[in-house]
Design a binder for this molecule. Structure first.
Ligand code: E4P
Length: 219
């Protein structure tokens, strides 16, 4: 399972990219707003900067809700950077926009996916990747990981090319479970990426190794 960073914070993306394990970045209007990005030009220049230090797809979300508006925005975003994935919501207007953009060879990340049926529609429309939101499903008492498994199983059995990207990831257990459920990609907050490396026994073991080595070198 590949790991993408789910943030529009340039410092986090720069630090994350340095680790050598990040294959792409996802942004959305809320993440952009929380990174201080307040208009389309600022979004465009932030995305260009992200693309300068991440060698992989960068997802950029449209803010129109009608099909034509999404298509127009998608065509524009497709020219921003070398490897854009246009994020289109899983509405019926969005499905039509996905079909139009995919038909023009533009890569689409179908976002705000909460059901297998939405994923089936997006795959039929030609989405490159579908993003089930696992954290938001868990928040309302549903099973986000089960949705990842259901979509991944179905797509694998039917040889569907659309990939499954676990989104709305909240903690390291989501990463583990998403990988086991068959997600091709998990897009994770920077904090979660760091937490994936943390284990108290690693810290305790390292402290013991260093202490033993220092004791030995003093005798
Ligand atoms: C990424 O593509 C999504 O927009 C993001 O993971 C949503 O995360 P949230 O549910 O924590 O806002």
């Amino acid at each position: 399972m590949k790991l993408f960073l789910d943030t529009a914070n340039l410092d986090e993306i720069r630090d994350g990219a340095r680790l050598g394990v990040v294959s792409g970045v996802t942004t959305n209007p809320s993440l952009a707003a929380s990174a201080g990005i307040g208009d389309r030009e600022a979004y465009r220049s932030a995305v260009a900067e992200i693309a300068s230090f991440v060698d992989g797809p960068i997802s950029v979300e449209v803010v129109s809700t009608d099909t034509q508006g999404m298509v127009d925005e998608g065509r524009d975003i497709a020219n921003w950077i070398p490897n854009p994935w246009v994020k289109i919501p899983s509405t019926i207007e969005g499905i039509e926009a996905i079909a139009t953009l995919a038909g023009e060879g533009i890569r689409v990340n179908q976002t705000l996916c909460f059901s297998v049926n939405q994923a089936i529609l997006g795959a039929q429309a030609g989405a490159t990747v579908v993003s089930p939101f696992i954290g938001r499903l868990d928040d309302i008492g549903h099973d986000g990981i089960a949705l990842i498994r259901d979509i991944a199983d179905l797509f694998r059995e039917a040889a569907v090319e659309t990939q499954v990207m676990a989104a709305s990831v909240r903690h390291p257990l989501h990463c583990l479970k998403a990988a086991q459920a068959g997600a091709h990609i998990a897009t994770v907050p920077y904090r979660t990426l760091i937490q994936m490396a943390q284990h108290p026994l690693t810290d305790a073991g390292l402290a013991r190794f260093i202490a033993d080595w220092q004791k030995a070198s003093q005798t």
